[in-house]
Write a protein that binds this ligand. Sequence first.
Ligand SMILES: Cc1ncc(COP(=O)(O)O)c(C=O)c1O
Length: 398
Amino acid sequence: MESRRSLEDEYGSSAFQKFPVTIVRGSGAMVWDDSGKEYVDCMAGYGVAIVGHCNPAVVESIKRQSERLITCHGSFYNDARGELLQKLNGVSPKGLEKALLTNSGAESNEAAIKLARRHTGRKKIVSMMGGFHGKTFGALSATWNKKYREPFMPLLEHFDFARYGDAQSLEQLVDADTAAVIAEPIQGETGVVVPPPDYFRQVREVCNRAGALLILDEIQTGLGRTGKMWASEHWGVVPDIMTVSKGLAGGIPFGAALTTREVMGSLKKGEHTSTFAGNPLACAAATATLGFITERNLPTQAEAKGKILKAGLLRIASAHRIVRDVRGMGLMLAAETRVDIHEALLGALNEGVIFAYSGRETFRLLPPLVIDEGQIRRALEVLEGVLTNEEERRARQN
Ligand SMILES: Cc1ncc(COP(=O)(O)O)c(C=O)c1O
């Protein structure tokens, strides 16, 4: 047990803030550690295990593909890739008929930024205060948090930040040199921040007036998590480029920048490729994942289960002053507290539930969309327990 952990500490990067648990197995919304202890997984790898851990349809598809062909560079055609592209097209917003395949969220945003600059011939990218788009240089240049940016300055030039949820602030920054505006439909990393209902329609209009592209980063919000296949559907807005990743291939690294034929057409041969993009194993996993999401109607499930989970969080908030706010849509929810939640997260782990952070004071809940009611109840019980402990601990200190 201890030795596996120390092997990572000894030979791995120290860049991850680690929890003291070694996860070795998963199924649906549950994972198990190396002592056999089980956990309800409300973090799901920051939203990756959207169809559940080791989803049987995904496992079967990976097994089959791994016996036929594991790698095939994009300079050759491949049947698994073609099948995935057709399937992805079937769920993409209207007009976004082309997909540039990638291996992660940050890479999908890199592709989106390059597509926007290439298509418009303009330099400027306007991002949002509080926005998070990844940690590679391009994606990081569009990311707001100083903690991630400052150690790596200088980042890319010509990136500006508007106030999220405030269309006037955006209007002041977008001009004839703006290639694109990039935003998350709901900000995840910054605390599950839901914008005002008419905001994204106004953002769309600002972009249209200036001839700038709208990039929506649906990496955390997409694939049904908020109760619709794409969160932007809640507001009836279609972007010019949409980025997707996280759960797209059931947990295998994968991503995509979806866009129109016209925008994709501006990339010339060789201008943006990568060795693993469109890997057959990832494509087969993604085809199975998208099949599962649509056949089981996971967006509707996320909406229904999200209501139960949110009602539970609101009830806890009304009983415990330590909770300041409850926010979110579908199964993308947050409970903001008035304290540092580190101890509470460790306490929940001890009780068999994994929650994620969204800043030091906020619990973020991104469970698999296949979570059941019993597991939701268990997560709520444990959350209430650790908050009660935290309140008692603080009362003793004062
Ligand atoms: C909205 C959003 N964009 C981009 C990313 C970056 O994705 P990745 O970590 O796969 O590079 C994340 C990751 O959490 C995200 O939530």
